[in-house]
Design a protein around this ligand. Structure first.
Ligand SMILES: [Mg+2]
Ligand SMILES: [Zn+2]
Length: 168
């Protein structure tokens, strides 16, 4: 099973400054992201979301708020005919020094434990933050950085998630 490991905020839905997240209750999909996810599925990839949500343990948003946004996120995708396999999130604050906050590999390890059939070599990762591309480079898998200049490694720079379709 080949997997698209996708960041959520700033990659599929709009991201905001930390404090602005307090008042966010609805996911706002970035232009073209739903079509991109559809294309990724049509190319035979399962979709797993891996998202740093340190805002939870840093008490900027509540776990309930995160879950409500996630439910709406999943529903909107299902309404568009897109099933995602799973979502892994890291709720920990930066000070907790957990093993799951990207660029650490914890969420990927959890995914591999839950789905041993994952073919990591033929999977890829997309994100708009340095931590996303660092994780991809650490894993040695195909990595797409959104508007990130990255001369290091094989990371491919794209302007938005919809651009990856031509690379799959
Ligand atoms: Mg992001
Ligand atoms: Zn964590």
């Amino acid at each position: 099973m080949k997997v698209a490991f996708l960041d959520r905020d700033g990659t599929i839905i709009e991201d905001y400054e930390d404090n602005l997240w307090r008042s966010i209750t609805e996911p706002v999909f970035i232009n073209g992201s739903i079509d991109a996810l559809k294309a990724i599925r049509q190319k035979g990839y399962e979709i797993i979301i891996i998202t740093n949500q340190y805002l939870i343990n840093e008490k900027i948003i509540t776990l309930q708020q995160y879950k409500e946004i996630t439910d709406k996120f999943i529903k909107r995708l299902l309404d568009s005919g897109i099933e995602i396999l799973d979502i892994f999130y890291c709720p920990h604050s930066k000070e907790e020094n957990c093993n799951c906050m990207k660029p650490k590999e914890g969420m990927i390890k959890m995914a591999l434990e839950k789905y041993p059939e994952i073919d990591l070599e033929n999977s890829f990762i997309v994100g708009d933050s340095l931590c996303d591309v660092q994780l991809g480079e650490r894993l040695g898998i195909k990595t797409f950085g959104i508007r990130l200049d990255r001369s290091k490694g094989k990371t491919i720079k794209i302007d938005s998630i919809k651009d990856i379709v031509k690379y799959l």
